[in-house]
Design a protein around this ligand. Structure first.
Ligand code: FE
Length: 211
């Protein structure tokens, strides 16, 4: 079984009757008391991922890939190196694999073990990504899960599910929406949602982004 360094509760921990949040709090207090961690340093890490690192980073990567074919090729060949070109990398992004949606193939990302996620590009994972129903159903019935998210794909579009681990984390390169030929990279990035980069959504049409 792959190891995991996620900050989330694992399903098996949550089912033993203890509140994971209380358990984390108690563990943090113990480590602080023993001098193993500095609470100020923990605060900086949490603040950084909550406010400075988020899906806007991944959206910039996607917009660049949509407008620069050479970058797109580098991104698909080595996601970690290409993201680093835009200044994105570090913990949780040591090995990023980018998978490209096409009209015939839709990619969906999950971490069946817990919640592994490309932090430098998407920030912290949403609650639903960590939930046991998403983690199991994404593999068993991905088309139904997509429908729950409002994404109805033609039956001719295959769905490929990628299971993240602490070692390898995935980002979806969504299809570029129709009618965006003249848009700047910044305008394009505004069409790229977090869900589109996980595969539970599609990039927005220009009119919806402006609404
Ligand atoms: Fe995980």
């Amino acid at each position: 079984m792959p190891s995991c360094a996620c900050p989330s509760e694992h399903g098996r921990v949550a089912t033993d009757g203890y509140d994971p949040a209380a358990r984390v709090k108690a563990l943090e207090q113990l480590l602080v008391e023993k001098g193993y961690v500095d609470p100020a340093a923990l605060d900086v890490i949490v603040e950084t991922y909550a406010h400075e690192v988020g899906p806007m980073n991944g959206a910039k990567v996607v917009a660049r890939a949509w407008t620069d074919p050479d970058f797109r090729a580098r991104l698909l060949a080595d996601g970690t190196a290409a993201a680093a070109e835009l200044g994105f990398g570090g913990r949780g992004g040591e090995h990023i694999v980018v998978v490209e949606n096409t009209s015939r193939l839709h990619n969906l990302i999950v971490c069946t073990l817990c919640s592994c996620y490309p932090w430098p590009l998407l920030g912290l994972p949403p609650v639903w990504y960590k939930s046991p129903p998403y983690r199991s159903r994404a593999v068993i019935e991905p088309r139904a899960v997509l429908r729950d998210f409002g994404v109805v794909l033609p039956e001719t579009t295959a769905i490929r599910v990628w299971d993240s681990t602490a070692e390898t984390r995935y980002l979806v390169l969504p299809l570029r929406p129709e009618g965006t030929g003249g848009l700047s990279e910044d305008r394009l990035a505004a069409l790229v949602t977090r869900e589109a980069m996980i595969g539970t959504g599609l990039a927005l049409a220009p009119a919806r982004a402006d609404a």
